[in-house]
Design a protein around this ligand. Structure first.
Ligand code: TRH
Length: 384
């Protein structure tokens, strides 16, 4: 099949991150021809070093990347549209009438998928797979909602992912090699934490816990928002690693944006990952390591409902005391209200937490991944 994915970058890295991962997996695991139209290749290039930010069209074997000029399809876009069997509109980016008209002119029209944001909430099951006919054009959009249960669109998970992760985590030499390659050999032998939070995260309790805990710790800090959150707590990170005042055993290390596959390796090599949004959240779960999630802030605190819904899934089979501590930290941290004691209490149960994360990852991996469900869905419902 020929699949087209349309992605508009709203902010941060998540929109481009999910679209790129989806495109690559459709190509690599399923041998599909994929064209990704994206309106901001610069954001993609930040974590996909093979991408040139200024190019109109680039090919990566069966994956074609096109700059998306939203108002009108150019002649070369029309030519590409004419071959598409499936059009995936990511995150309600809105294709716009001229693009839809070009698609509607086709006989039969291509299958049109609305790929929604991942949600752990129960409405995912209700909306997933529903059709929505266009009011005027002979086109039907199908809602595809990623989620945590078999009756949703599932989660992105490449075929070799867990095996590759298992080999990596079971091989200290590979971890050492990776850390060395990203210039972080000094982090070997220390407790390692990734801090990929939003700028408004309250870090006071986290920093106080680290300062009070005698273990040598390295905190990896990606660019942008995590650095701003640290700066608000009084730690201005430049280009060099810094320690907390009076606590030289805790080092904060600025990292550049890593390629998406190296970002995975970073999560795999850490003892704890503080993640956000949608894609880093899912990758933290595939890492099998303890994580704290800060969902993307939404109006009316809708993100807190998402968080509660996630905790219901994630903690359903957790030992009671561990579940209480995780739920307390996640909920309070997302309101900026956690205390150092919340961190201490959870970290004391670290071995249990680690075991729970591995079990949770295995449980999720028993379900079909998102791409498998998407291609099945297209074959069963949408392409007749
Ligand atoms: O960056 P995010 O916060 O993105 C989003 C957007 O804000 C979006 O509008 C919103 O709708 C969504 O969150 C919920 O978080 P996310 O989803 O975790 O995406 C980060 C991506 O960046 C992910 O694909 C991993 C990638 N990444 C790297 O590849 N290398 C890196 O070094 C880092 C730090 C991230």
């Amino acid at each position: 099949m020929q699949l087209g994915i349309f992605c508009s970058v709203i902010d941060n890295y998540g929109d481009a991150g999910v679209a790129w991962r989806l495109a690559r997996q459709l190509r690599d695991d399923f041998g599909q021809d994929v064209t990704l139209w994206i309106d901001d290749s610069g954001t993609l290039a930040a974590f996909a070093p093979e991408v040139r930010a200024d190019a109109e069209l680039q090919r990566f074997s069966r994956l074609t990347l096109r700059r998306w000029h939203r108002p009108q399809p150019h002649a070369r876009d029309r030519e590409a549209l004419a071959h598409l069997d499936v059009v995936i509109e990511a995150f309600g980016c809105g294709l716009g009438e001229p693009w839809l008209e070009a698609l509607a002119g086709r006989r039969p029209p291509p299958c049109w998928i609305h790929l929604e944001h991942l949600t752990p909430e129960s409405w995912a099951e209700e909306v997933h797979g529903r059709p929505s006919p266009h009011p005027r054009l002979p086109l039907t959009a199908w809602f595809f909602v990623p989620g945590f249960t078999p009756r949703t669109g599932g989660l992105l998970r490449e075929r070799p992912l867990l095996e590759t992760r298992e080999r990596f985590q079971g091989n200290p030499a590979e971890i050492a090699l990776f850390l060395d390659r990203i210039g972080q050999a000094a982090a070997l032998g220390t407790r390692r934490i990734t801090l990929f939070c939003y700028a408004d995260a309250e870090l006071g309790a986290f920093l106080a816990w680290l300062a009070s805990d005698p273990r040598a710790t390295t905190v990896f800090v990606p660019p942008g928002q995590p650095r701003r959150a640290l700066a608000r707590s009084g730690l201005e990170l430049g280009t060099r690693a810094l320690a907390l005042p009076g606590t030289p055993h805790v080092r904060f290390v600025p990292l550049p944006m890593l390629a998406q596959d190296d970002f995975d390796r970073l999560l795999w090599s850490c003892d704890l990952n503080w993640v956000r949004g949608e894609d880093s959240f899912v990758r933290a779960q595939w890492s099998g390591r303890p994580f704290l999630w800060h969902p993307y802030r939404q109006e009316g605190n809708a993100h807190l409902l998402k968080l509660d819904a996630f905790l219901d899934h994630y903690l359903a089979a957790a030992p009671a005391a561990l579940g209480d501590s995780i739920s307390r930290l996640f909920r309070r941290s997302n309101r900026g209200e956690e205390t150092p004691q919340d961190w201490v209490a959870l970290w004391q149960q670290r071995a249990l937490w680690q075991a729970h994360c591995r079990r949770w990852c295995q449980l999720l991996a028993h379900q079909e991944d998102l791409c498998t469900r998407l291609l099945d869905f297209i074959a069963r419902n949408a392409i007749k």
